[in-house]
Write a protein that binds this ligand. Structure first.
Ligand code: EPU
Length: 419
């Protein structure tokens, strides 16, 4: 198994870094190919384990998937309408095949994903929405079995905004008979990217990116070519890296409007962040002000950036407060950061982060994707002469494309090693 080692006392990161395509946009787009009966071409696809898993899910159904950065997904020979447990348990986003399968083929059998390290993560809202469109749903032997000859439009009021739930329902509604309204929809940029693809396929999706999405169902959809948006969470992670090392980094290809809440917190802390031709420029500071952060659905502060900002808070001049409202168990990085000499106390959903800490490198264990990124950031600002060794890098490889190469190019002393 691989580990990542990071030398502490990182010099200010300098230069530019190309931000990859967004993982959480790529996964639903690949699933959306199931709605068409031909060859779809997706460009700017990140080279990640989660993308490979989604390709395997579709291949197990009979799709032909080829390429890497330009991924071709041909769905004319789908013959198995099932997402099996062994694939779903490695990646929850496999559940994104449920909506497209039942909409296009009239039935689907998808393993229930179960909980994961960061929380219980039920899919009741996905199922509630499909039922409102006329699907008959049974849970049998750990699988969701959905059936409906032709879905019909309906009014769906989501109890909470759910990202993959909104996506699943948008895809299903695109081939339903009549009009569907999704109220309290998730507003993430990845939801908007999916709507762009569906509309290119011939769907009629209106209002994606707002809390109410309306979809006029159509009879069929055709294959498309589409370039995926940049990964705002990868960009945000590099922003924090630039800020805490006192660096000056240009993040190429990402859009400031996808990162408003993150940019606002970085500026509040004292970093200089500005839109630059082709991306975003971030310059660090010598000292940072403490922050008060509450994670919220988009356009609020993203839960996927909570762990990374916590590292900046460890370096700030005072006490920061972080409240995680999206997932009930997303503080697994805290004990590991404390082992690196951070001083963080968790009280229910709130973490109190005492600043002015000189972190110190040691061996740490990654527990999930964003926690892994936070531990790498902590390794950069750990005391000079100490080394951080992040184990269980497979979490990182699910969602960051060659992060060690990108950081090394900016001046970090970081390596991937075999254990
Ligand atoms: N929820 C329900 N019922 C549902 C669906 C969600 O109670 O039917 C709850 C969840 O348990 C959670 C909240 O609603 O408390 C929001 O969850 P959401 O459904 O929005 O999350 P998701 O769609 O499963 C996506 C991203 C996550 C990201 C969250 C929140 C993908 C593939 N995953 O998950 O990304 O944290 O939205 O923004 O898009 C990551 O990339 O590291 C990651 C975990």
């Amino acid at each position: 198994m691989d580990a990542i080692t990071i030398a502490g006392g990182c010099p200010p990161l300098q230069g530019s870094v190309a931000i990859s395509g967004a993982k959480n946009a790529a996964l639903p787009l690949i699933a959306s190919a199931l709605l068409t009966g031909g060859r779809n071409t997706f460009k700017n696809v990140p080279d990640l384990n989660d993308v490979r898993t989604m390709a395997k899910v579709l291949e197990a159904m009979g799709a032909e998937v080829s390429g890497k950065r330009t991924l071709r997904v041909a769905t004319s020979s789908i013959d198995k309408l099932e997402a099996p447990y062994d694939l779903v348990r490695t990646m929850r986003a496999s559940v994104l095949t449920l909506g497209p399968l039942v909409a296009r083929y009239g039935r689907a059998r998808v393993s229930l994903p179960g909980g994961c390290a960061i929380g219980a993560r039920p899919i009741d809202q996905h199922l509630k929405g499909l039922r409102a469109m006329g699907a008959q749903i049974e849970i049998s032997e750990g699988y969701v079995e959905a059936r409906c000859k032709r879905l019909r439009g309906g009014l769906i009021n989501c109890d909470i905004p759910t990202v993959t739930g909104t996506m699943n329902l948008m895809m299903a509604a695109s081939l339903a008979k009549g009009r569907t309204t999704i109220e309290n929809a998730a507003r993430e940029p990845e939801v908007e990217d999916l709507a762009r693809v569906l509309n290119k396929m011939g769907a009629r999706v209106y209002g994606a990116g707002t809390a109410e999405v309306n979809i006029e169902g159509v009879d069929e959809l055709h294959p498309v070519e589409h370039a995926i948006i940049a990964d705002r969470i990868e960009a945000g992670t590099f922003m924090v890296a630039a800020a805490i090392t006192g660096g000056d980094v240009l993040l190429e290809g990402c859009l400031p409007e996808h990162l408003v809440a993150v940019i606002s917190k970085l500026r509040q802390a004292g970093a200089r962040v500005e839109a630059a031709p082709g991306g975003i420029r971030v310059r660090g500071a010598k000292r940072f002000a403490p922050l008060d952060i509450t994670t919220q659905p988009h356009p609020g502060f993203p839960t996927d950036m909570q762990a990374q900002l916590m590292v900046l808070c460890c370096c700030a001049d005072g006490q920061s407060l972080i409240t995680e409202t999206i997932f009930e168990n997303r503080y697994m990085h805290v004990p590991e950061l404390n082992r690196m000499n951070a001083d963080i106390q968790v009280n229910g959903r709130t973490a109190i982060v005492h600043g002015r800490r000189q972190l110190s490198g040691t061996v740490v264990m990654a527990s999930d994707l964003r926690a892994s990124a936070a531990l790498i950031l902590a390794g950069l600002v750990a005391r000079e002469g100490t080394t951080t060794r992040v184990r269980r890098v497979y979490h990182l490889d699910r969602g960051y494309e060659r992060i060690e190469r990108k950081l090394r190019k900016l001046g970090a002393k970081i390596r991937r090693v075999k254990e």
